[in-house]
Design a protein around this ligand. Structure first.
Ligand SMILES: [Zn+2]
Length: 329
């Protein structure tokens, strides 16, 4: 197995705040199935609700409880398990990703908790909803989402009153480590035929496990251990270019970070076609086999020196190394 995750699961609406009775009736079944499947796959999977599938407190209290537990022993992933019940019976599986900057919250936080900064949350949302959809049959939700199966917090309509989703608001303080998702496993009415089919909950739970595994295998979270190309200097080695180099971003979204590791703060999001000057490069975390990161700047004292992974730009590892050898010669 790739990595043991610490997952905290919440059963949607199983608290004193209430909700749709048909949804409340089945969120414990889905959540328990997910817990069982994650444990069987070697992960730690805890439940907010007690053995009677109940939390004696409001939704706000659930949010505070998640943070309390996280502070005792940090979690990697929060799964708040729900079934959609909108007026249009919109079909499909989807996950909601935190996107709360600018919305009102009773629990202020430092830094950003926006769609563009929650890239790991997006990765989990994409992988889990794809795998659940493949395992159970409901399509990925296509309307009112940013990507098939992935909705931003702002698209839920809750923010129309100006406030964040309580679960995301309270847990924003934990966002550096904790990936937070509200997982909607289908529409309680629109997908009723699928939800009521035999083995649905177990198949959905397997989908969650496969989605998690997919992120762990594919994402840069575990690629720290992946092999470096030969001829790369030691971690932390910095090379300055004689002339600043104009570099163009070739992937949809690329983070400029404070330091050359994927757990370092995101300073800015770059998009495909954006260009920036690099004054040099540094050997940082190996992502998809490539440990070279650009150091942004034009060689001026005012340079911000943010790090950008070179794999998302128009220069390959060999190009960069050849460039330096030529300059050194
Ligand atoms: Zn719900």
């Amino acid at each position: 197995m790739t990595k043991q995750l610490r997952v905290l699961i919440a059963q949607g609406h199983r608290n004193t705040t209430g909700g749709n009775p048909a949804e409340i009736a089945i969120t414990p079944i889905a959540a328990r199935a997910i817990q069982k499947a994650l444990r069987a796959a070697g992960h730690i999977a805890d439940m907010v609700q007690n053995d009677n599938d109940w939390f004696e407190g409001s939704l706000d209290a659930v949010g505070r409880e998640v943070v309390r537990r996280h502070n005792l022993a940090p979690y990697d992933l929060l799964l708040d398990v729900h079934f959609e019940g909108d007026a249009n019976n919109t079909r499909g599986v989807f996950a909601i990703v935190p996107d709360g900057d600018g919305l009102r919250t009773v629990s202020p936080y430092l830094g950003s908790d926006a769609w563009r900064t929650n890239t790991l949350d997006q990765s989990y949302a994409l992988a889990i909803t794809r795998e659940v959809s493949a395992a159970t049959g409901p399509s990925l939700r296509k309307s009112g989402v940013k990507l098939p199966g992935v909705m931003s917090e702002r698209q839920t309509g809750v923010g129309s009153k100006g406030y964040r989703l309580a679960m995301f608001g309270y847990t924003a303080v934990a966002r550096d480590r904790l990936v937070r998702l509200v997982l909607e496993l289908g529409n309680i009415t629109g997908d009723a035929d699928i939800i009521k089919s035999p083995g649905f909950f177990e198949r959905a739970a397997q989908g969650v496990v496969h989605g998690v595994q997919r992120v762990l295998v594919e994402s840069n979270v575990v690629s720290i251990s992946s092999a470096k190309p030969v001829g790369i200097p030691a971690f932390g080695t910095m090379m300055q270019l004689r002339q600043p180099l104009l570099v163009t971003v070739t992937v949809d979204e690329l983070n400029a970070r404070k330091w050359a590791e994927t757990n370092q703060p995101i300073m800015r999001m770059l998009n495909a076609g954006n260009s920036f000057y690099a004054r040099g490069w540094i050997v940082g975390e190996t992502v998809e086999g490539n440990p070279l990161w650009w150091v942004m700047g034009r060689g001026l004292p005012t340079d911000l020196l943010w790090r950008v992974w070179s794999g998302g730009t128009d220069f390959g590892v060999d190009d960069i190394l050849a460039m330096s050898r030529k300059e050194a010669a």
